[in-house]
Write a protein that binds this ligand. Sequence first.
Ligand SMILES: [Zn+2]
Length: 351
Amino acid sequence: MALEFWRQRDVATFVNPLKNWQLDEQILEFRRDPLLGHVSLFSPAIQGKRDILYPAPDYSYVRSIADATRASCFLCDGKWERMTPRYSEDLIQGGRLKKGEVLLFPNLFPTSPYHAVIMLGEDHYRSLDNFPEDLLLDAFDVAVEFIKRVFQKDSRMSFVTINANYLPPAGSSVFHPHIQVLMAQVPSTHYSRVMEASKKYYERNGTPYWKDFVDIERQGGERYIMSIGESHWIMAFSPMGTNEVVGVFPDKVDILKWEVADVRALSKGVSRVLRFFHSIGFSTFNFSLFGGPLGEGDIEPYGAFIRLVCRQNFLPHYRTDDYYFQKLMENEIMATPPEELARIFREMLEE
Ligand SMILES: [Zn+2]
């Protein structure tokens, strides 16, 4: 079966005390991701209650926590020099990679054989409208440099992701802005599912999913946001997280072969997406970038792509956005339809 944007409507009926005990019929729309099939749900009744799901960020609280954690931060005021671990000299001379305001060093508690942390500038706190393209360019540049060095030394490390947790509701234990590179022989669960499904799609249709996906979304236009260089940025039809944006590089599968223009396209895209998240009242995010297996070239079934999602806003006693519905059922709730988000995003770019 070719690429399908499956959706189905249903109704939840109950007697509603908020509507004077009248019979209420709430419309529910279920969607499935065209590649992996994960389900997401939209309810117009929930859209009107976004503040219950995602209260606005409390920026005075954010600043108070930033102030409280700055003094003990191991990255601030040049403390990284004494306090961050180093790689061995045969991998990186001097043990760390430094470029402009960014610094790459090993994670003290790695979850992959190669698990690097990249400090994202010297500022201890940044709001999402302050992740400039040039800062991200240095960070992604250093990440790609690290990936090339590791793979040259150990070509078993063919599964790589570049990831971010920003602020505690997004899972970050370090307040200071940073991103992480993971390299392993074992792909993550999601990575495996994507590769498996991309292969199946290719076998069935004879064309790569990621190219078809970009073509269809671009023609349809409802969820398409922008193209930058060889990348295409689209609101996910059936998201895995809140406000999910997917950046696709359909012809740049092997990150080992990425050039400056590709790293720049990624940086520009991520910077704009974070600015968009800020503009619609969000303060935290996760992202993960996936490519095909390293060293296999730009092989057909695969594509490189990055998923960016918002997490719960940072405020005192925040409630997690990940409960059984997401964590165990692997569903997601769309507080705003992706088509509406894409329109708002495009309007922001025109300003
Ligand atoms: Zn800091």
